[in-house]
Design a protein around this ligand. Structure first.
Ligand code: SF4
Length: 338
């Protein structure tokens, strides 16, 4: 449905596939996470009241019986509580069958609202807030420039839950790279335990070209995980999750190698069994080994998932780096015509 001609790609969580999407903001007010390229080319702004009204009027023509509405873009919760309440009132007036309103919210968008304000939003129909925890590790959050500490993330998550709004938490496998993998897994599980969200989803790091973390990976400053290492991270997270209230777990995002679904803590053993089967499979396939690149100029050997931009020892250009596969087979990185 294309009634909104404002610039930028529209993103929504998988669980909002059947929701009507109304963009009340454009872009993301933070727009600085090093791993994220979603709104890089969109100048953030809060849409004016008459613009939002116009969107609602157009949407009613398409889906007058909408039951679920997702407020986009990247963090609609940045809007002050009063403005959100006003928008939700308009939505209920225009969509009489509406039962659920949801949106993405950043940690600071939540912390800038009191518990009473969140309760008022819940009573007005805000049923789900999607929060990107990404990691519970302080170093990882700082390196990715998330703009919040683990303590702030935990406080934000707990406040949403205390308000009675369903909190859907997202984490990213591989976000700490090889360097922080263990701390990322352990501290993420700790944060999840403290927040005890209604729902938890995993994504696996996918680097879009030209974003800061992709550039760091190209330069060899950020070492991405192998499939096996990403699943090992997932195993460590699930094994360390000890929530007291039921938490729906999903790893159904397209970025994930292993789709999983269950409810924690009830299905923990079953989830771990699926993960361990995948670990065995990947180990047998030899996935534990990283790719090895050998410099044809100086003979230096570089280990990594991505091809480095140049030889770190002699500075030779990337065309001089030859990939040695895990089976020992060599492939020239320079494309040759056949
Ligand atoms: S991850 Fe979320 S908060 Fe960070 S830049 Fe992307 S949309 Fe904004």
């Amino acid at each position: 449905m294309h009634f909104d001609t404002a610039p930028g790609t529209v993103y929504r969580p998988p669980g909002e596939a059947n929701s009507l999407i109304i963009r009340v903001t454009l872009g993301c007010s933070h727009n600085a996470c090093t791993f994220c390229g979603m709104y890089r080319n969109v100048k953030f702004r809060i849409r004016k009241q008459d613009e939002i009204l116009d969107q609602i009027n157009r949407a009613v023509l398409y889906l007058p019986h909408a039951r679920k509405i997702f407020l986009a873009d990247g963090n609609a919760l940045v809007l002050p509580a009063g403005k959100l309440l006003n928008i939700m009132q308009l939505l209920h007036l225009n969509f009489p069958r509406l039962t659920r309103i949801s949106c993405y919210g950043g940690p600071n968008d939540i912390l800038n609202k009191s518990l009473d304000e969140l309760v008022a939003l819940k009573n007005a129909g805000l049923k789900i807030i999607y929060l990107g925890l990404e990691s519970g590790d302080g170093e990882v959050l700082s390196e990715i420039n998330k703009g919040a500490t683990p303590a702030e993330m935990i406080e934000a998550g707990q406040r949403v839950m205390a308000a009675g709004i369903k909190l859907s938490l997202m984490i990213i496998l591989g976000l700490g790279g090889k360097k922080h993998s263990v701390n990322h897994a352990q501290n993420t599980a700790l944060a999840i335990n403290k927040i005890n969200p209604y729902m938890l989803s995993t994504l696996t790091l996918m680097l879009q070209k030209k974003i800061p973390l992709a550039i760091a990976a190209e330069q060899g400053k950020f070492i991405t995980l192998s499939d096996l290492e990403a699943i090992q991270e997932l195993e460590m997270i699930i094994r360390n999750i000890n929530v007291s209230r039921p938490c729906i777990f999903r790893s159904n995002h397209i970025s994930n190698l292993l789709p999983l679904a269950g409810t924690l803590p009830r299905d923990k053993a079953q989830l771990l069994s699926g993960i361990n089967e995948m670990l065995e499979f990947l180990s047998e396939r030899g996935e534990s080994k990283m790719a090895v690149w050998k410099c044809n100029e100086c003979g230096a050997v570089i280990e990594g998932r991505c091809k480095p931009g140049k030889c770190k020892t002699c500075g030779a250009p990337k065309d001089m780096l030859i990939k040695e596969t895990v089976e020992g087979e060599k492939k020239s990185a320079t494309k040759k015509s056949t």
